[in-house]
Write a protein that binds this ligand. Sequence first.
Ligand SMILES: [Mg+2]
Ligand SMILES: [Zn+2]
Length: 174
Amino acid sequence: MAAFDAFFLDRDGTINRKAAEGSYVTSPSELHLLPGTGPAVAALNASGAKVFVVTNQRGVARGLMGPADVEAVDAQLDRLLAAHGAHVDAYYVCPHETGTCDCRKPLPGLLLQALARHPGLSPARCVMVGDAETDVDAGLAAGTRAVRLAPGGTPSRAEACYPDLAAAVAALLA
Ligand SMILES: [Mg+2]
Ligand SMILES: [Zn+2]
């Protein structure tokens, strides 16, 4: 039996390069995988666990992009990952403004949606991985484990910090 049921991955700053503060990845050409990400996701796939992307995209609520733009970016992510033999099982997106929904991280709604749609998954056998403390909090609120991509020594409620997704995956699957 696989050690993990599912990995919940944040998108921007975890899988791909983050846009500048206050701006958003709004088109496929702005999507750039972070180093080591393709093989890391392929390793998660090979472990037998599901891989879900859970991402806040408030730029939709702000009118900076539409839902179709988010889908186009996620489709490009699928293509970039496929080049590494990697795939995402499902995307869960919060397009809402802060304080208007129950799915914008740090709230756990996106993870709870995924868990509801995949009733075989045990939260305690899932891990949330993200570069922000809001990712960690969303995971913990959903009952999953949580690791953060941040320099060592960063104050965090995560069980561990790693410099990037590749390092986190190597440690979790070791
Ligand atoms: Mg992020
Ligand atoms: Zn939301």
